[in-house]
Design a protein around this ligand. Structure first.
Ligand code: SF4
Ligand code: SF4
Length: 785
């Protein structure tokens, strides 16, 4: 049975079809397909315009939140700055108001200079560079036509990208594997280039043209990657490695992160310099003409490309694989490997990968090295941050790029938890059939939305209290007799309804009525005061709720208005930041203090004034903290007032992105509380990714600012927050005068000394991992520079 086409959301745009290198492992020039001979060298203005139009039409008709375009070649920099500027400008302008554009370029780096980097900074183009390892490894294949090495130019180019000025453009390194190279030398040399991500690519091969192997090396590629995996794992996963992260993610029930592994549908098309649409480039290695679709930007829409049999064949998931793969124990992680690598002349693509033995061994090895994850347990982390961002976070800071990496990790985690709730709820004997049927219906909506518009699901999953809900569900499923489980599981329906609404899709689900309201996470709540459940129907941007014999029609996109009883989530805004003021979500009460009830308009106005002033204070006087907060703070949750004379605030480990505060009297205090609590938000996400300390250590430690003893994580959290508190008072001393400056100075000294003492306790605990020692050492240097 085939599935309907999935919209295309990734495009490889060939802007130049020639190259200044002559790598002997190149699939463009050295493979069976030699179509590059007949194509124009550079993309024309006409092809650029038609391509931008086609992508925009496709994004609009499928309501895609984001499309990714990778500028490619040959060598794309040969197209020159003017042509690349035109490509970036036309794509951005065509997509404005329709969808986001994730624009990238993959280059061999030899021409990359400041002029190109300035252009990429101006147009927000992220840059990936191909390099195969150390000088010897790189020189083995990546040379000029006259045999000269390209290594020095490439390393110089990567050095330019790694500078503070262009670091945000540096998307990673692409390394084609050659098992003749020492894997650890390759890994270490790539790590010295401080990449945010490394892609290790298996050399393209088919059953007709198998990869080079030593005589007894049936699993030589697995052994090569395993040597790196073990070092990477022992080092605390210091960088994202797409192959390993993808396997870890799929082993934990999450998504594949690469087309080379897993069962995800193909969503990529290639556009050549003459405007021809092609399937993935790697197919060039199968046979002459393999990637051809016969379609082009002048005569055909991208919908037509999505319906091409070659693309449809790669959207069938498990059903599209051969029998051997379908019955394979690691198929969820492997997915038969890269489509191209399955090719055999007699049977086409209905074969296991030519790297089958390697993939089986690698995935089995990765699985054996990870803590086992069962539904209900926290899944293994699958992400990391770059070395530079890790150091910046450890020093108490970290900018938008670091926060983006933490956010990405949280998104994966929430996806895994969502699946775990569905699986555990559906399998639990104590859960009623009716509840299971509602779970199934919600899950169908979610998978449908995810297949067509994953960004719509991600937008709901970005809500901090989704993880709080999922964790509570999984906890409660361990004691299924507890009341309230059915309502809790039913919240999956509400998440599905919101995902469908955000995707502009159709959906009908049952949702619980809890606390007298239907809750639609991120949108708001409807007071219905009726039975236990309500029916929610979504049709595009309209939502209808029926509870008992009453019916409400909502247009949740509107922040104001709506029928009586509708309480939308409202936002606090200041220049450069916008956060949800969350006073409706039923799972927001996860902080150590009590959530405030729904705010009246006058309360909202007070919050808005104080927030605006506090944000101005942060941007002006604490600018090192502002960009990360603007990038990562998504929810402010009002707390009920604390004990008299005490300003209270909180964060929660499972609610990444949320800070809870009782509105203080003055904006300076709000600025301090926001900075303080966002430290906890960042550190919680770091702890979700990395092992910083030994969790088996149950000892309690003295925290200078508390009377009670704290577990190690509590001490670490407090110290990390007070690193910023110290810095806050240092800055405050500098920007104030007289008695105010004197008081700030005293606070600075007080918190600096307390933080120093706590860092000494952490360092001497003997419980930090090697990575934890690095982290705390950076904290120490930040407080005592
Ligand atoms: S740099 Fe890339 S396109 Fe150019 S020859 Fe090498 S592999 Fe091929
Ligand atoms: S390991 Fe081999 S049999 Fe299993 S899914 Fe991968 S290619 Fe197919």
């Amino acid at each position: 049975m085939s599935t309907p086409p999935v919209p295309l959301s990734q495009f490889v745009l060939k802007v130049h079809s020639r190259c200044d290198l002559a790598c002997d492992h190149c699939y463009v020039y050295e493979s069976a397909d030699q179509s590059w001979h007949g194509r124009p060298a550079a993309i024309s203005d006409e092809v650029i315009s038609r391509t931008a139009e086609r992508i925009a039409q496709h994004a609009a008709s499928h309501r895609l939140d984001t499309v990714q375009v990778v500028l490619h070649g040959g060598e794309p920099l040969l197209a020159g700055p003017a042509r690349l500027r035109r490509v970036a400008t036309e794509l951005r302008s065509a997509l404005t108001g329709i969808s986001g554009l994730d624009l990238r370029i993959h280059t061999n780096g030899v021409l990359l200079d400041e002029e190109f980097c300035e252009l990429f900074a101006e147009h927000d183009v992220r840059v990936g560079v191909s390099i195969d390892g150390d000088r010897a490894a790189n020189d083995r294949h990546r040379r000029y036509a006259n045999g000269r090495s390209s290594y020095d130019q490439v390393v110089r180019a990567i050095g330019l990208l790694a500078t503070a000025r262009f670091r945000h453009l540096y998307s990673g390194l692409l390394c084609t594997i050659d098992i003749a190279n020492d894997p650890l030398v390759v890994y270490d040399s790539l790590m010295r280039l401080d990449p945010p991500r490394i892609d290790f690519l298996l050399p393209h091969a088919t059953w007709e043209s198998p990869p080079a192997r030593p005589p007894d090396g049936d699993e030589a590629y697995a052994d090569w990657l395993i040597a790196i995996f073990d070092r990477w794992l022992a080092g605390g996963r210091p960088v994202q490695v797409r192959t390993f992260d993808s396997i870890i993610s799929t082993l934990a029930g999450g998504d594949s992160l690469t087309e080379a592994l897993g069962l995800g549908p193909a969503v990529l098309a290639v556009i050549e310099t003459d405007g021809s649409y092609e399937q993935v480039d790697s197919l060039k290695t199968a046979f002459d003409g393999a990637p051809v679709t016969g379609l082009n930007v002048f005569g055909h829409s991208l919908d037509a490309v999505a319906q091409h049999p070659g693309i449809l064949a790669r959207q069938q998931g498990l059903a599209g694989l051969c029998q051997t793969c379908q019955q394979c124990p690691v198929v969820t992680s492997c997915g038969g490997g890269l489509y191209t690598h399955r090719y055999r002349a007699a049977t086409g693509f209905a074969n296991p990968s030519v790297y089958c033995a390697d993939l089986l061994k690698l995935i089995t090895h990765v699985s054996s090295r990870l803590p086992q994850t069962a539904p209900g347990q926290q899944p293994a982390p699958t992400h990391g941050v770059s070395g530079t961002d890790f150091r910046a976070l450890a020093a108490g800071l970290g900018g938008p790029a670091a926060v983006a990496q933490l956010t990405e990790a949280q998104r994966s985690l929430r996806r895994v938890l969502l699946g775990a709730v569905y699986q555990a709820g559906s399998a639990a004997p104590a859960v009623a059939d009716q509840v299971k049927a509602a779970l199934r219906a919600a899950w169908t909506v979610l998978t449908d939305v995810d297949g067509k518009q994953p960004a719509a699901l991600d937008a709901v999953l970005a809500h901090p209290y989704v993880r709080v809900w999922a964790v509570r569900c999984l906890e409660q499923l361990k004691t299924p007799g507890e009341p309230g489980l059915a309502a809790m599981l039913g919240h999956l329906g509400a998440i599905a309804a919101v995902a469908a609404f955000r995707a502009g899709a159709q959906a009908s689900v049952t949702v619980p009525v809890s606390g007298g309201a239907v809750h639609l996470p991120t949108l708001g709540r409807l007071l219905v005061d009726e039975p236990d459940t309500a029916a929610v129907t979504v049709a595009g941007d309209a939502v209808t709720i029926v509870a008992g014999d009453r019916r409400w029609d909502l247009a949740p996109a509107a922040e104001q208005g709506g029928p009586a009883g509708w309480q939308p989530v409202r936002r606090l805004r200041a220049p450069g930041i916008s956060v949800a003021l969350e006073d409706t979500d039923p799972y927001r009460d996860c902080h150590q203090w009590r959530a405030a009830p729904r705010l009246a308009d006058s309360g909202l106005a007070r919050w808005q004034r104080c927030f605006e002033d506090a944000w101005r204070e942060i941007e002006r006087d604490h600018p090192a903290y502002a960009p990360a907060i603007a990038a990562g703070l998504s929810v402010l949750m009002p707390l009920s007032p604390g004990p008299p004379g005490r300003d209270i605030s909180a964060s929660a480990r499972h609610a990444f992105g949320a800070v809870a505060v009782a509105l203080p009297e003055d904006p300076v205090t709000l600025a301090l509380l926001l900075i303080h609590e966002f430290q906890h938000v960042k550190l919680g996400a770091v702890l979700d990714i990395y092992d910083i300390y030994d969790p088996a250590d149950g000892r309690l430690f003295h925290a200078p600012w508390r009377e009670d003893l704290r577990p190690l994580e509590g001490l670490l959290q407090g110290t990390y927050a007070h690193l910023a508190v110290t810095d806050f008072w240092r800055a405050r001393q500098e920007v104030t005068a007289g008695a105010e400056a004197e008081a700030a100075g005293q606070r600075f000294v007080y918190w600096r000394d307390q933080t120093r003492d706590a860092i000494k306790t952490l360092t001497g605990s003997g419980s930090l991992t090697p990575l934890g020692e690095r982290f705390v050492s950076e904290m120490g240097q930040a407080v005592c520079p």
